[in-house]
Design a protein around this ligand. Sequence first.
Ligand code: AR6
Length: 177
Amino acid sequence: MVWEYKGKKLEVVQGDIASQQDIDAVVNAANARLETGGGVAGALHRAAGPELAEAGRKYAPLAPGEAVITPAFKLPNNKVIHCLGPVYGQDTPEDELLKSCYEKTLHLGEKEKQKSIAFPAISTGAFGYPFDKALDLAVDTVIEVLPDLAHVDFVRFVLFSSKEADAYRKALEKKLV
Ligand code: AR6
């Protein structure tokens, strides 16, 4: 299901962030070294090839809440926007840093004239951010920033499980009325 909001489109899917064929820029839940890892970073680096880590090296170490953009190499996308989310209970203030991730990613996509961006649930895996709290921040920030952008007109949230995708869909239903 696709939601229309202030001239923009939002979608929630259950799937793999490394298989988003029709999306310009995919977002990496990165580590500070911009290297491969587990979860999202592992999936994206495996699919993109070793050039992705090489392209990220000059930006390391990335600070929490910061985002950088690289080519997507063998991924089916134009760009990867790498954002380092906060480690829950360690990088503070967590909410501001996670919000900053979504804001900076959207603004980088805009600067690079990307029309569509796909986000995973940043910080909710290895970094331990409570899923529902992160969901609220992610959706609220995208809804706040997206209408002001000229180039980015489509945001997809890609969740690993159908339960998580349902939670995002419920939140959008509620927040987009
Ligand atoms: N596609 C979509 N979502 C996924 C995928 C995938 N292929 N794999 C996992 N998820 P995480 P973080 C979900 O750990 O918490 C890495 O090792 C996952 O279920 O990837 O920001 C890096 O190297 C969870 O809901 O990101 C960093 O060190 C969400 O994506 C660190 O983990 C984020 O999980 C970053 O931790």
